[in-house]
Design a protein. Structure first.
Length: 435
């Protein structure tokens, strides 16, 4: 015969279950908490993870029985009571409910196995199918600029394989493609396409059932040299003169980059909501920063005056710099303006991003710490700033080297530390004259 367990501990947490009372219960911070209904055998278990489940607690043939009835509030309180009474009646009549549930679970597992065996094997994933799925599922979490770069790499190096199965690419195929890309598109681009190919292969193993190891891991990337181009003081002077004769709004965009060291994308997409002209600060939120970390850039007085004048001309605008359509100006227009300014200033081989590197190196040369420069540039860590942006020229180092030499020359030379004359050296001229 079945027995319903009612102990002292249960009595401490016993009350009549209603949906309103159950909703007011607090979940434990750790472990589980049990509550018991006035109906003998009906209990509710709360977990620290926020789940609530109805149970039937009793005994069968001298052994404790605990049967799960369902999850609250999916299973309503009244339905849980009816299920509890039905199962308690079956236990009382000698039915082994636990054995029956185990048998039902086993039959469902067998049916699911048979169903899976009847399903035809999935087709072998191709590069195009994996790329399409990856764009939809993973590309949605990337910044638009990052997704645009990945798409460019796809069209440059992998689109010709779009109809090939991914498991048909051997290590020799990957190495040959990497070498070809290095010859046609440059070593840096070839390395980035190699990284994208490995990323897609790894995605296919977890998402599309691909079971072959990535052949791209064995392909040795080309050795890269970090760009070290910095604008000298003479070049910066000529560049500023060239920028001042540039037409608007390109003139002010480039001047903002020169004054703050911000990225071109942040400058051309600057919004008035982020500008605090009274405090002379530009607060860029994290969702608009490459490192996902918001920064506050102090604005010099000349930049504040320039922005104030632009605000007077466009008091209702959203963007600081707008094109004819009222939206933020395009990236290509800023790069064309930079090219014109470099031609006027007779500067060869300078990129738009070199402004940030030049400003970072100049700040360090003037005594600013790496941490401060990293904060101004909006980097996630000082390691990025030090490895990729700090490029000190000979003239920057010369001041400190000369200062060190001057300090060394000022030290008095004590007699007992004077260098001894080697025995094989000729006698000094003064000693020969005295003899």
């Amino acid at each position: 015969m079945a027995q319903i367990l009612v102990g002292t501990a249960q009595a401490l947490h016993r009350f009549s279950f209603t949906d309103a009372r159950l909703a007011a219960l607090e979940h434990p911070k750790a472990g589980r908490a049990w509550f018991y209904d006035d109906l003998p055998g009906l209990s509710l278990m709360l977990t620290a993870a926020g789940q609530a489940s109805f149970y039937l607690t009793g005994s069968f043939q001298g052994k404790g029985v605990r049967l799960r009835l369902g999850i609250w509030p999916t299973l309503k309180t009244d339905d849980a009571r009816r299920a509890c009474k039905a199962l308690a009646g079956q236990l009382a009549s000698g039915v082994d409910v636990l054995a029956r549930r185990r048998q039902e679970r086993l039959e469902r597992a067998k049916a699911l196995t048979a169903k899976r065996a009847a399903i035809k094997p999935a087709p072998r994933p191709t590069w195009e199918s994996v790329w399409t799925i990856w764009q939809t599922e993973r590309g949605a979490y990337l910044r638009p600029k990052t997704l645009q770069v990945y798409t460019s790499y796809w069209h440059q190096g992998l689109v010709s394989w779009e109809n090939r199965c991914m498991d048909s690419i051997t290590q020799a195929d990957a190495a040959a493609r990497h070498a070809e890309l290095g010859r046609d598109h440059g070593k840096v681009t070839a390395n980035r396409i190699r990284t994208l190919a490995h990323l897609l292969h790894r995605f296919a193993t977890t998402r599309c059932g691909l079971d072959t190891p990535s052949p791209w891991l064995a392909v040795r990337p080309f050795e890269e040299q970090a760009r070290a181009r910095c604008l000298t003081d003479i070049e910066l002077g000529r560049l500023l003169a060239a920028i001042h004769v540039e037409h608007q709004p390109m003139r002010d965009v480039l001047l903002l980059m020169m004054a703050t060291g911000c990225r071109a994308g942040n400058a051309r997409g600057a919004m008035w909501a982020d500008m605090d002209l009274a405090a002379a600060c530009w607060r860029i939120p994290g969702w608009r920063i490459k490192g996902r970390k918001g920064i506050t850039i102090p604005l010099p007085p000349t930049t504040v005056a320039m922005l104030t004048a632009r605000r007077v001309m466009n008091p209702q605008g959203v963007y600081v710099f707008t094109g004819p359509d009222g939206n933020a100006i395009g990236e290509s227009l800023v790069r064309e303006a930079w090219k014109r300014c470099c031609e006027r200033a007779s500067i060869v081989g300078a990129w738009l991003h070199d402004i940030r590197r030049s400003i970072a190196s100049s700040m360090v040369a003037q005594g600013a710490s790496i941490a401060l420069v990293s904060r101004v540039l909006g980097h996630a860590s000082t390691a990025i700033t030090e490895a990729r942006y700090i490029r000190l020229g000979a003239e920057d180092v010369r001041v400190h080297v000369n200062a060190l030499a001057a300090r060394l020359a000022a030290y008095p030379l004590r007699p007992d530390t004077a260098p001894a004359v080697p025995a094989s050296s000729p006698a000094p001229e003064s000693a020969a004259t005295a003899g």
